[in-house]
Design a binder for this molecule. Structure first.
Ligand SMILES: [Ca+2]
Length: 175
């Protein structure tokens, strides 16, 4: 095996790089970015770009970072119960958000937890009602949990948003 030799200047550079790394690691790491919204999804057993699906007024599931969309909330809930496995299945119903008040309009069922999940672009500043399901949740004004946020107690629903929160959420957190 060939022995590695560091010229003096190279060794100094390596040492200072190590020291710089140590100094950086002492700084608290920023929180990881929220899970990106899936780029593709399925509807009637065909694949489509996600943004195309979520602008069609469908009821969609996000399970293990996979997107599948259905014609009605009832169909999405039934498919979600069948598709979710393990911990995700044991923690159903999911956190659901609707684009319109009164649990109407396009919807997204989020099964994954814990962590922030950014809403798809066409959904930002659109959430107008929600259902938290078996886990508590949170909605934030900006992506990645940024800006102000509101807590959603477990097992709760709201057919309209609290003052100042209609059409405002950009990301959700499921605890
Ligand atoms: Ca917002």
């Amino acid at each position: 095996m060939r022995r590695l030799r560091f010229p003096a200047a190279g060794l100094a550079a390596a040492l200072s790089a190590i020291l710089a790394t140590s100094a950086l690691s002492a700084t608290p790491a920023p929180p990881p970015d929220a899970a990106p919204f899936p780029s593709v999804g399925t509807y009637e057993d065909r694949a489509f770009p996600a943004e195309e699906l979520v602008t069609r007024g469908l009821a969609c599931n996000v399970i293990a970072s996979r997107l599948s969309c259905h014609d009605s909330q009832k169909q999405a809930d039934a498919a979600g119960a069948a598709e979710s496995v393990g911990a995700l299945a044991s923690c159903s119903p999911p956190l659901t958000v609707w684009m319109a008040s009164g649990f109407t309009g396009a919807s997204l069922n989020y099964y994954d937890y814990p962590g922030w999940q950014n809403l798809p672009t066409s959904w930002r500043n659109e959430v107008s009602s929600w259902r938290s399901g078996c886990r508590a949740g949170r909605l934030s004004d900006y992506v990645n949990g940024g800006g102000n946020s509101i807590g959603l107690p477990a097992g709760d629903t709201a057919s309209t948003m609290p003052a100042g929160w209609d059409n405002r959420a950009d990301a959700i957190y499921r605890y």
